[in-house]
Design a protein around this ligand. Sequence first.
Ligand SMILES: [Zn+2]
Ligand SMILES: [Zn+2]
Length: 366
Amino acid sequence: MEKEEVKDVTEAKEVESGTFKCPGCGNFLKYDPGCGKLKCDYCGAEKDVPVPTPPMELYYTSLSEQGFSGWGDVKCIQCPVCGAKTMLEKYQTVTVCPFCGAPNVVESDDIPGLKPNAVLPFRITELKAHESLKKWMGKKFLAPTNLKKTAKTDKMRGVYVPIWTFDSNVNATYEARLGKTYTVTVGSGKNRRTETRVRWYHVSGSIFSCFDDIAVEASTKITQKDLTKLGSFDTKNSINFEDEYLSGYSAERYSQGLDDSWGVAKDLMLDNIRSQIRNRYPDADRVDYINVNPVFSETKYKYVLAPLWMSSYRYKGKDYGFVVNGRNGRTVGKAPLSPIKTFFFSLFCAGVAAALIYMIYMLFFS
Ligand SMILES: [Zn+2]
Ligand SMILES: [Zn+2]
């Protein structure tokens, strides 16, 4: 009796996984950020996604990367132009690279690597992403005035980029050499002068810190600078990863693995601990060195997929790439410059500079 029940469950799962098929027309269902469900583009049929649950943070050990089970029902494609490695649901086909739009992507034998255990689902729909782009264009001060009206946008591609997050409790002992500067008057007569000296001293102690969700980006397709401009991702609101969220989208394969990313996270935590130690000694104005001996415990990690809309738009025969944060709608990208606006703006700047120079001259030299 018990055995039969187990069998039923697995069968039900098999039917469900990999077949996000529309019950109405047989087309594939895509995750729709507008309604938070799977939706059919053709007949509008909807299907619920599993009830969101908080992601399970996994304990990190030096063996986590090797010992973790891989990602099942996905395939890996590679772009011949930008080299992006992208994961897709097995049944999905893409004709262009989700990152650069180049055609002729090829299936790659690359192993998909660890399976994500958390996801920030798309909250911004493609339509909203378009609106964000238009708003962003409107704010581009030096862009041509007709940019918003005449730019022709390519189809947007929804992609997830990989982020690792780490939690850890750090117990550390430290030893440091700090200094305080003071001035003395030396010499006499004509040689009388003040000199700055440093009084050096040693300090030591222990410090305890809890770190939560230290994020390490593992994407090569978007720069740290652009990510900062897009506003950081709210990884604390991530939910347990379900295959449904990948349906209709693709995910970049991480280029920096778990172990290397843990190395980066450790450095971030140590930097923070060093500045905490520094703040314990407000009198010191010089630091020779701070040696920290940390013991990390209760270290856990999440592998989070974060959503982006990517595409480019065409203006006067040239393509300009842009990215929209799939959570908050913030946009970064390249924009053409209007020659006339740039000319007058430079003229204006030159004018301001000249006025400043004149004022300084009048104040100090006349
Ligand atoms: Zn349908
Ligand atoms: Zn590409």
